[in-house]
Design a binder for this molecule. Structure first.
Ligand code: ATP
Ligand code: MG
Length: 635
């Protein structure tokens, strides 16, 4: 199909319209032309959101690793598939070609089989960002085992909960990990977790930091000797399109994490198609997504999407601040990165450091910049655009979720004119709807409501592991016959979407619905502010009033806090209106964040409401120490 790569706006609209009018035909063409199937489907799509049940390419047989690896071997065997940049800049980068990747995945798959892992078994992967992480993911897929990657920054309790929730039989980990100047005792965390996980029969341990660790006899084995002995050919298990590929827990910003289940065929087609278009990937490009493979962004846009396109995907083990805050730009220059995909939290952290470290580096290879994970505020958007993209590289602000599997609302670079803080237009095949609280769809432009999707797309999650009822209740009961995202959005006069924040974070002040993102965006415009979060607290007259937590930039000079409060409210009045003025503003040194870098507003809400006896599930919190500090200084 010639339009695999969308080239101009007219073409976008054309393809979009076709994808809406004839979704089955559209996705069938994409699937037929660009992938390797062992058997064709009997039915492109069947769906019923009331159950909910969605099936794509039913009856088709395939193995996703044949699509991500084998079929590239003749044309791209020597091309780098995974470019591994270690934590330590003096350790050489590793270029793993498609041929090499094939050998390593096949060997790993044989090791899994030898250890008794069979099709359908769950395998928990708790590894740092080293090649073994991507390889073990693919090895599971090769033999039809279901991988459940747990981000290797999670605590032992968070790990054991996830292992038990999906009954994992095996854990794959390493002796430890590097994180900037520090090392982390991953194996120790696994040992603690496994005290509560009777179902785990074996632990494969990769060597990374060469530390002295204890190995439990009969359970723990070193990975490398097994790989050395294994054959480098393992027949790909032939899977059904609707067999589960993986389980992945959502990042836990809003409550108990949910084990989202993604299935093979639709996920492959959609992540590959979005990757190609959203990053405008060309054959010799080097693409880098800074996410961890422990998040959906890493699954879809470090591993599966890029490899299904035969791309070169860079994997970085370290952190943006090591050895200094110029590390990202050092890597971009060193590997001539063409597409760079990161999160607003990283952009804000780097923006705080000024531009000196950027100017030392040649960033001219960059063509496309991406953002994902949170609304990107206007100031951060401009900083990214001016200093990193030099106003030459379009920013794709991609809105999507663990549940959606792939990017849903996004500009297409060089095609969709961008607009700061707007994720712009629905991707091909995506049918968003904005709903009011009574359940009516808001038609036309210049409306704001709850963001739903009214038609299935290939990579949507099919269920929550072991809890289909929770899946239905969370996503399909709020609005009849629609998938409810939990986010609020507005559609502007040209049909562009702006995500206004999570609906749970919407605050009703004197009868007006106020989303968190636009107000925080206004606050961040103040030159002294580096980051902010707002929540509501009960108010006798207004129903709710607004409480703001504000981090100031570290400029060295002291400032009058009451003046700052006035100035911040002045900016809010100008940008949004006096209705959104904050009743209380607390200056703080940090905000509670999830390990994926998102603000946990539910904790801030409890503090603002003076209800700190039970803060809920905090196991996914990155920086628990700031919580006490904020409580101690609450207004
Ligand atoms: P949980 O569902 O467990 O509370 P989470 O929602 O943070 O965690 P993810 O699936 O990683 O878990 O994140 C998806 C959410 O992140 C979206 O629903 C949205 O709120 C936010 N988000 C992602 N990308 C964007 C974006 N480009 N603009 C605005 N918000 C975004
Ligand atoms: Mg969510």
């Amino acid at each position: 199909m010639s339009n695999y790569h969308i080239k101009h706006l007219e073409e976008y609209y054309q393809v979009y319209r076709k994808s809406i009018r004839e979704p089955e035909n559209f996705w069938e063409e994409v699937a037929e032309e660009h992938f390797l199937w062992r058997k064709k489907w009997e039915n492109v799509l069947s769906w019923d959101f009331s159950k909910p049940e969605v099936k794509w390419f039913e009856g088709a047989k395939l193995n996703i690793t044949e699509n991500c690896i084998d079929r590239h071997l003749t044309t791209r065997g020597d091309k780098t598939a995974i470019l591994f940049e270690p934590n330590n800049p003096n350790e050489p980068a590793e270029h793993i070609s498609y041929k090499e990747l094939s050998k390593r995945v096949n060997k790993f798959a044989n090791v899994l089989k030898d250890k008794g892992i069979e099709k359908g078994d769950r395998v928990c992967i708790y590894l740092p960002m080293i090649p073994e992480l991507a390889i073990s993911v693919l090895a599971c897929a090769r033999i039809g085992a279901i991988h459940s990657v747990v981000f290797a920054g999670f605590s032992s309790t968070a790990l054991s909960t996830r292992i038990n929730d999906s009954d994992c039989k095996m854990v794959i980990t390493s002796d430890g990990s590097y994180r900037g100047p520090k090392t982390i005792d991953l194996k120790g965390i696994v040992d603690d977790a496994l005290e509560d996980c009777p179902g785990v029969q074996s632990v494969l341990v990769a060597k990374r930091i060469h530390s002295n660790i204890s190995m439990t006899e009969g359970r723990d084995v070193w990975l490398q000797p097994l790989l050395d002995q294994a054959s480098d050919f393992c027949k790909a298990e032939i899977m059904d399109s609707e067999d589960p590929l993986f389980i992945l827990y959502t990042s836990g910003s809003t409550g108990k994490p949910k084990g989202m289940v993604h299935t093979i065929g639709g996920y492959m087609v959609y992540t590959a198609y979005t990757f190609k278009n959203v990053f405008q990937y060309r054959e010799h490009d080097v693409y880098w997504c800074t996410a961890d493979i422990g998040w959906i962004t890493g699954h879809s846009y470090i591993v599966y999407g890029p490899l299904a396109n035969g791309a070169t995907s860079l994997m970085f083990e370290g952190v943006p601040s090591y050895p200094d805050f110029g590390r990202f730009w050092d890597i971009v220059e060193k590997h001539k990165v063409n597409q760079f995909y990161t999160a607003p939290t990283a952009i804000r952290a780097l923006a705080k450091e000024g531009v000196d470290l950027i100017e030392k580096h040649n960033l001219s290879s960059l063509k496309v910049l991406g953002s994902v994970g949170e609304p990107i505020n206007e100031e951060a958007w401009h900083w990214y655009n001016d200093n990193i993209g030099k106003k030459n590289s379009p920013i794709v602000d991609t809105w999507w979720q663990t549940e959606t599997g792939g990017i849903m609302i996004t500009p297409i670079p060089f095609v969709t004119p961008t607009k700061p803080t707007y994720a712009t237009l629905p991707f091909i095949g995506i049918q968003p709807a904005l709903m009011d609280e009574q359940g009516n769809e808001l038609k036309g432009n210049q409306v704001e409501g709850r963001l739903c999707i009214k038609f299935p797309w290939p990579s949507m999650a099919r269920t929550i592991w072991g809890n289909h009822e929770r899946y239905r209740d969370t996503y399909f009961t709020a609005f009849e016959n629609k998938y409810f995202t939990g986010d609020g959005a507005l559609r502007d006069e040209v049909g562009y979407y702006r995500i206004t924040g999570r609906v749970d974070d919407v605050i009703i002040v004197s009868g007006h619905n106020l989303g968190s993102a636009p107000i925080e965006d206004a606050i961040n415009e103040h030159p002294a502010v580096s980051e902010s979060a707002i929540v509501g607290f009960p108010h006798d007259i207004k129903g709710n009033a607004l409480y703001g937590y504000v981090i100031l930039k570290d400029t060295g000079e002291s400032r009058d806090q009451n003046n700052l409060r006035k100035e911040i409210n002045q900016i809010i009045t100008e940008h949004i209106g006096p209705i959104a003025k904050l009743d209380k503003i607390q200056f703080t040194s940090g905000l509670p964040k999830t390990r994926s870098g998102k603000i946990m507003r539910r904790i801030l809400r409890k503090i603002a409401c003076n209800d700190t006896s039970n803060l809920g599930d905090t196991s996914t919190l990155l920086n628990p120490e700031v919580v006490q500090d904020i409580i101690d200084n609450a207004l």
